[in-house]
Design a protein around this ligand. Structure first.
Ligand SMILES: [Cu+2]
Length: 169
């Protein structure tokens, strides 16, 4: 009876570790973090103007009671001042704006403040897929080692449980 309990605990532990590992991987895939972009004191620059985020993350553009009205409008390229058809856009210029955009696709996105585009009031958002692997090759095995290691522990737990089962017979 006691041995049976040990087996059950072993299997439970192995299952828990595997579930926990799977959960951690899933969490990495959709972080859903929010990144704030606001205006500098001059009110004529976005800050941070260039950000890198993960797929599924949200960029929160905001400013409150600015002396001038601003907006956010996606453009085609880093030197375009024209709103890109069907791109993201916060709406008409306003002294106070709270605007969220969630990015579901990897890529490089450009935006301007429409009335101040000619003053170079613009920014970029680089959206990366965290599961596509590292951008550089500095630590290519880093991420794979962790689940591999935990997976090994899970398997060892199962083997241990199986050994206990065998001994009881
Ligand atoms: Cu502006």
């Amino acid at each position: 009876m006691r041995r049976k309990t040990v087996v059950q605990v072993g299997i439970c532990l192995a299952t828990l570790i595997m579930v926990a590992t799977g959960g951690a991987i899933a969490e990495d895939a959709t972080t859903g973090a929010t990144h704030e972009v606001t205006l500098t004191d001059s009110g004529l620059e976005f800050t941070p103007a260039d950000i890198t985020i993960n797929i599924g993350d949200t960029v929160y553009f905001y400013w409150v009671d600015e002396s001038m009205g601003h907006n956010v409008a996606e453009t085609d390229s880093t030197d375009s001042n024209e709103y890109k058809q069907d791109g993201f856009r916060s709406g008409d210029v306003d002294e106070t704006v709270h605007y969220n955009v969630t990015f579901e696709d990897a890529g490089l996105f450009f935006y301007v403040c429409e009335p101040h585009a000619t003053l170079d009031m613009r920014g970029t958002i680089t959206v990366i897929d965290p599961n596509a692997g590292p951008l550089d090759d500095s630590d290519p095995d880093d991420k794979q080692d962790v689940p591999g290691f935990i997976g090994t522990i899970a398997i060892l737990s199962l083997v241990g449980a199986a050994l206990v089962v065998r001994r009881t017979h």
